[in-house]
Design a protein around this ligand. Structure first.
Ligand code: AMP
Ligand code: MG
Length: 507
């Protein structure tokens, strides 16, 4: 273990891709660049609130004070920068976006991998547009807890190393309804192989800058997809097929655990198929495929739970389009798009096999799954509790499932008995309980759980955040001591509470 100074810092991205000649500076367009060097803003009175021992061990880091991880002076070896990218936001091309408040400190060479360390909320960059480059405690706790929870659920994700309170208040209009209020400022340090996004490629293609597009593709493949080569169309299609498949895998995991990202804009899609940019995400509590946590998306619900697989495909299509200038035969890009659909179907079917404890997927299972989806929506039914209890059923009777219903009076018992009987016969009275236990988590970061951690942390009490971080490290374990508190349906107070059922991008 050691200090930040003792890490082996690299700056491959800066060395190998074209960047901005200016350092820092006001918000502006930065044509032909993949990045701008920036200085993080040192926090006035930093305090390290949360520290992931697990991530620290991976990096070989001792617990530092809050200064450095809050944006304090950089150490030798770091070469901080903000990445330039574009993106489609809610279906529309938004041109240059970029890291408006994320600042990469550098890449760290470890024994078997290179990881990028990035501060979120450490001040403005040339990509901050009209905003302040800061982040608040509320959204930082949500990112810290959720990314770690997702990792332990087996969902591909960026990680979190630390959360620092900056000692500064930040003005936020939480619901974008004309009520700005001061909130506690914070910075999360997040970690990933890279933070390259679909939008990182799109921006160069959209600007007609084929040379930079090509350089970025070559850099990305060389370091992050070393088994691929993009010297010809065959190679490019193989790489893009890989990216499409990884994206499909990620989204099938989201569907499995009931995660709704909330802002699946193409600037929030990692080229590694990692869940990235935790904003107004939410977890399905009652099983409603039409639900989106994001109030900004309330009118069209573009990013609702049930539409995530289609949006994933739409986003992959935008990435593929951006590669047209590099292709000798651009029509071949359809192969990679088809691969997305095929991979999603494959993993989605495998997901149902595991969730329902089946032996393998048979075409007749489609009706079993369709009927279950309909039944789960008839009355308010908790997704997580339902699947977890299903895995311990001893007979096809609804009695042992009753805890998953919000109102036990209206439960359509006959329909449930019919479905359970059909399922029981399908598994010959012996569901694969082991696979069910590994596919159906017992503990997820329910919206109200994150909110309880935030409410306490805003009063200076981190115990809830720390406890949730611990419980969510083993989400598939029974942990009976935590059942009464955390294996529970949404409490009534959370039904219409801001932060639980309603979130916005304000963070
Ligand atoms: P998001 O949808 O949260 O991923 O953000 C979309 C874009 O807005 C990204 O380019 C962010 O860097 C930028 N952004 C969001 N919040 C801020 C902020 N407080 N200051 C500067 N840029 C921001
Ligand atoms: Mg983003």
């Amino acid at each position: 273990m050691g200090s930040f100074e003792s890490l082996q810092w690299l700056s491959r991205f800066l060395d190998e891709t074209p960047g901005d000649s200016e350092v820092g500076g006001r918000s502006r367009q930065v044509p032909k660049a993949c990045w701008s060097r920036v200085h993080p803003s040192p926090p006035p009175s930093p305090e390290l609130l949360l520290w992931s021992e697990e991530m620290a061990t991976t990096l070989g880091l001792d617990r530092p004070d809050g200064m450095l991880l809050g944006g304090g002076p950089v150490v030798s070896g770091m070469d901080p920068y903000a990445q330039r990218y574009g993106g489609h936001q809610f279906g529309n091309w938004a041109q240059q976006l970029g890291d408006g408040r994320a600042i990469t400190l550098g890449e760290v060479q470890l024994q078997n991998e290179v990881l990028e360390l990035q501060l979120k909320g450490a001040g403005t960059t040339p990509y901050s547009r009209y905003a302040d480059g800061k982040a608040v405690l509320r959204s930082s706790i949500r990112e810290y807890l959720c990314s770690e929870a997702m990792h332990h659920l087996g969902v591909p994700t960026t990680r979190a190393l630390s959360l620092v309170k900056t000692g500064e208040m930040v003005l936020r209009d939480m619901l974008y309804n004309g009520n700005p209020a001061p909130e506690i400022g914070a910075v999360v340090c997040r970690v990933a192989p890279s933070f390259i996004r679909f939008g990182s490629f799109q921006i160069h293609s959209a600007m007609g800058d084929d040379a930079t597009l090509k350089t970025l593709v070559e850099h990305t493949v060389k370091h992050h997809f070393p088994n691929h080569s993009v010297i010809d169309d065959d190679g490019r299609i193989a790489w893009l097929t890989h990216v499409a498949e990884e994206t499909a895998v990620m989204i099938s995991h989201w569907m499995r655990v009931g995660f709704v990202h909330g802002v699946m804009n193409t600037d929030n899609m990692s080229i590694h198929g990692l869940t990235i940019d935790y904003g107004p995400y939410g977890w399905l509590e009652d099983y409603n495929p039409g639900w989106t946590p994001n109030t900004t998306d309330a009118s069209t619900r573009r990013y609702r739970y049930g539409q995530q697989p289609q949006i994933g495909g739409w986003n992959v299509a935008r990435l593929l389009e951006s590669m047209v200038p590099l292709m000798d035969e651009p029509e071949r890009l359809h192969e990679a798009l088809d691969a997305y659909t095929e991979a999603f179907d494959l993993h989605h079917n495998a997901m149902w096999v595991a969730k329902l404890g089946l032996d393998e997927f048979q075409s007749t299972d489609e009706s079993l799954i369709r009927e279950l989806n309909a039944l789960l929506q008839e009355v308010e039914t908790d997704m997580t509790i339902f699947f977890r209890l299903l895995g311990s059923l001893e007979s096809p009777s609804i009695d042992a499932l009753l805890d998953c219903f919000y109102d036990q009076k209206d439960v359509p018992s006959n329909e449930w008995t019919a479905w359970l009987t059909k399922w029981w016969a399908r598994v010959n009275g012996a569901p694969n309980r082991d696979s069910m236990r590994h596919a159906n988590p017992k503990y997820v970061l329910r919206n109200w759980m994150a909110q309880l951690a935030i409410d306490a942390a805003e009063k200076g009490d981190l115990s809830v955040a720390v406890q949730l971080h611990d419980v969510l490290q083993n989400p598939y374990d029974e942990q009976p001591e935590h059942e009464e508190q955390w294996f529970q349906k949404r409490p009534e107070w959370a039904r219409n509470r801001v932060g639980c059922s309603m979130l916005s991008c304000s963070s």
